[in-house]
Design a protein around this ligand. Structure first.
Ligand code: SAM
Length: 296
């Protein structure tokens, strides 16, 4: 470990020193309660105001870790709580209070509430921090065995078949590992649709119940996984990951027009890198063609 790469003052007991005023996002476990971070506990112990998507879940988590409410109530808030609730929280931060916000599980804003709050606090120029921690998408990517150099978190696909097909078709060419959240009830239908829209041979991974007792990681092609889950009733929570699209066989004319567009705002080097990554062509080839194009 590099020296000074992490703070060394890690008290075992919660740190009750005052938190600075502002909004403090707190990531919470996605399964194993011990995945809470010491800093998350510090924030929960010291915040003037506790706010949660689900007040019972936060109270329970604090109880498990011995963090006293100390007379504080827990305010319920999510992105649809309305402008009044949002203004109330902004008002509290404006008065100099430290406000801790936790969603039901994992990292706030990641397919969870918090975005409207984050946007409003940023727009108001108020202070904001995050105590980072568990996130199912990152946990799944870590154990998937799929490339992690570039990934696209796609959230929950639409439930309606037409919209879902369109959504998947729009992601078919993306040169990045794709990460989806899905309800276990819709997993089978999603895999069928993915094999159809993204191709049956693409490598994919289904991660179920991460960090929990029945954690399971299934790897295979989309065709294999569709078959494997065709007769199983899946329970629990799942993340589905799909490998990037195979390199495209773009024509020289396609590469030229992509480079011409990129060269209007980028240097030759950057345009070649951009086109090579987005079209899946070798950078050397993109660079050689870029050198022959008029600078935009
Ligand atoms: N904010 C959370 C995060 O940081 O991952 C995600 C919340 S979202 C409402 C819930 C979805 O996350 C589930 O439907 C599932 O797709 C995924 N998820 C959450 N916990 C999980 C777990 N332990 N194992 C697998 N997937 C999980």
């Amino acid at each position: 470990m590099r020296p000074n790469s992490v703070s060394s003052d890690l008290p075992v007991k919660p740190d009750l020193r005052a938190l600075p005023p502002g909004l403090h996002f707190v990531s919470t476990p996605i399964g194993a309660a011990r995945d809470i971070t010491l800093r998350a506990l510090d924030v929960l112990a010291a915040a003037d105001v506790l706010v949660a998507e689900d007040t019972r879940t936060l109270r329970h988590l604090m109880e498990i870790h011995g963090i006293a409410l100390a007379g504080r109530s827990v305010i319920a808030y999510h992105d649809h709580s309305g402008p009044g609730a949002l203004q109330r929280l902004l008002g509290l931060i404006g008065e100099g209070k430290s406000v801790a916000y936790a969603s039901e599980a994992g990292t706030p804003l990641i397919s969870d509430p918090g975005f409207e709050l984050s946007r409003a606090v940023a727009a108001a120029g108020m202070p904001m921090t995050a105590a980072p921690g568990p996130c199912a998408a990152i946990c799944a990517l870590t154990v998937s065995g799929l490339p992690s150099d570039r990934f696209l978190f796609a959230g929950f696909p639409p439930a309606a078949q037409g919209a879902r097909r369109e959504f998947l078709a729009g992601l078919a060419g993306v040169q990045a590992t794709l990460i989806f959240y899905e309800s276990p009830k819709r997993l089978r239908a999603l895999l069928v649709e993915m094999a159809r829209c993204l191709g049956p041979d693409r490598a994919a991974v289904v991660c179920r119940e991460l960090t929990k007792r029945f954690e399971e990681v299934s790897r295979g092609s989309l065709a294999n996984l569709t078959e494997a889950f065709s007769t199983r009733d899946v329970k629990g929570e799942v993340v589905v990951l799909v490998d990037r699209a195979p390199p495209q066989t773009a024509s020289e004319a396609d590469i030229e027009s992509a480079l011409d567009a990129a060269l209007t705002s980028m240097s030759v080097k950057d345009a070649a890198t951009f086109v090579s990554q987005t079209m899946g062509v070798a950078r050397k080839i993109a660079y050689q063609i870029a050198l022959t194009r008029p600078k935009g």
